[in-house]
Design a protein around this ligand. Structure first.
Ligand code: C5P
Length: 405
């Protein structure tokens, strides 16, 4: 999914404290600039031991600040000026020492000084911890992390995995692309805060024999975009995906399935524990009555084998029939007469909202056009990227959720 210009108009102060993860901060500057942000880099003295200001100036296209005594500022108050201009301060990497400093409100270098001096209401602080696993696990650091959260700081990561010291565990800084995605998510309105959202996505695969099967051209992109958009909006998201080659959006819990029956069996037991169910999956209507154990061979007669088909369970209709169903949103992928088909489908499935789209025009594409059909009528969301549409649809669902509860 493209993150192009998602940070357009945002001014980010990117602070580097000392740690080997500083080498990734160069890439992070590139990611943020690529996403349209302007980036002002501020480094601590320890960070300068790992990466030069020259590199970061070249990538950010701005002189880097390293000292609170920087004479370039006419009023000599870099800490005030920098924090007043910023839409957010992101510290990446945030060392254990720097976290401790933030907790104590110390201000003996430019970066900690500007964090303390920033207007808390207007200029949020996000930090990406990066340190050895023992340092991260130490009660002092855990205490500091908890205190920082309580003070309103957003912690991004850390990740688990290989560490520069050769050990393996928690404490790796998130990858630059992940940090950029988290920052983009941070700026999205939290319209679904605290809601639990369940989404099906992709095609299903109905086996004929061990090497063949029936599937369709759904790419899963719309469902994955919705999972990302719902999570960005503050929801706890579960994604049940058919066979697709897409990365899991950050922070989303994913279960992979193959067939419609497996998708049904994964969804039904957990649907009741969700507030919203969005069925974007292109579920096969029928499956072979029985999958052959071995590959079906040509028998020389010239006649293809007869494959008996049976109907698959309708997952969306089954969820909508639960005693206490979540707010159900269905998709209608049609090739013509979108409005009429979508209206009929809404009634047949017994769901409050159906989202129509033209299947052949959108399968596998990055763009889509959506037609929202509910009890009050219909409304088109004009052609746009799937993520942009997903965010709009999340807003529409959030509005309807307010009035349905
Ligand atoms: O019945 P039809 O496939 O046209 O309906 C499409 C909607 O129903 C989509 O939201 C799709 O995810 C859902 N569906 C389902 N289980 C099926 C068939 C469709 O959940 N077996």
């Amino acid at each position: 999914m493209s993150t192009s210009l998602e940070l357009q108009g945002k001014h980010i102060v990117l602070g580097l404290s000392g740690g080997i993860a500083c080498y990734k901060s160069a890439e992070l500057v590139r990611e943020l600039v690529k996403a349209g942000a302007t980036v002002q880099v501020v480094m601590t003295e320890a960070a300068e031991a790992f990466i030069t200001a020259v590199t970061l100036q070249a990538l950010s296209n701005r002189p880097v600040y390293t000292s609170q005594w920087d004479a370039r500022e006419p009023n000599n108050m870099a800490h005030i000026n920098l924090s007043r201009e910023a839409d957010a301060v992101l510290i990446a990497p945030a060392s254990a020492d720097f976290m401790a400093k933030l907790v104590q409100g110390r201000a003996d270098d430019l970066l900690s000084l500007l964090c303390l001096a920033r207007p808390i209401e207007r200029c949020p602080l996000l930090i990406a911890p990066a340190m050895n696993r023992e340092m991260w696990a130490h009660p002092a650091t855990q205490r500091n992390a908890a205190q920082l959260r309580a003070d309103g700081t957003t912690l991004l990561g850390p990740d688990a995995g290989d560490q520069a010291c050769g050990e393996i565990g928690d404490g790796r800084m998130l990858e630059p692309a992940d940090l950029a995605e988290e920052l983009i998510a941070f700026f999205q309105p939290k319209r679904l805060a605290g809601q639990r959202v369940l989404i099906t996505a992709g095609p299903t695969f109905e086996a004929i024999d061990p090497v063949r099967g029936i599937t369709n051209r759904s790419s899963g992109k719309m469902g994955f975009a919705l999972a990302r958009a719902a999570r960005e909006a503050g929801a706890q998201v579960t994604l049940v995906a058919g066979p697709v080659a897409l990365p899991t959006p950050r922070g989303v819990m994913r279960t992979d399935v193959q067939s419609a029956q497996q998708m049904h069996d994964a969804v039904l037991p957990m649907a009741g524990a969700h507030d919203v169910f969005i069925a974007t999956a292109a579920v096969a209507d029928w499956r072979p009555a029985a999958a052959h154990e071995h590959k079906i061979k040509k028998d020389g007669s010239g006649r293809p084998p007869a494959i008996e088909m049976v109907e698959n369970p309708d997952i969306l209709a089954a969820v909508a029939r639960l005693p206490k169903p979540p707010y159900c949103v269905g998709f209608a992928a049609e090739s013509q007469d979108l409005l009429a088909h979508a209206q009929a489908k809404r009634l047949r499935k017994g769901v409050p909202l159906i989202v129509g789209n033209l299947g052949p025009a959108t399968f596998g594409q990055d763009d889509n056009t959506l037609l929202l059909v509910d009890e009050h009528g219909h409304r088109e969301l004009p052609t746009a990227g799937k993520l942009a549409l997903a965010r709009e649809l999340v807003g529409e669902i959030a509005e309807r959720l307010k009035t349905s509860t």
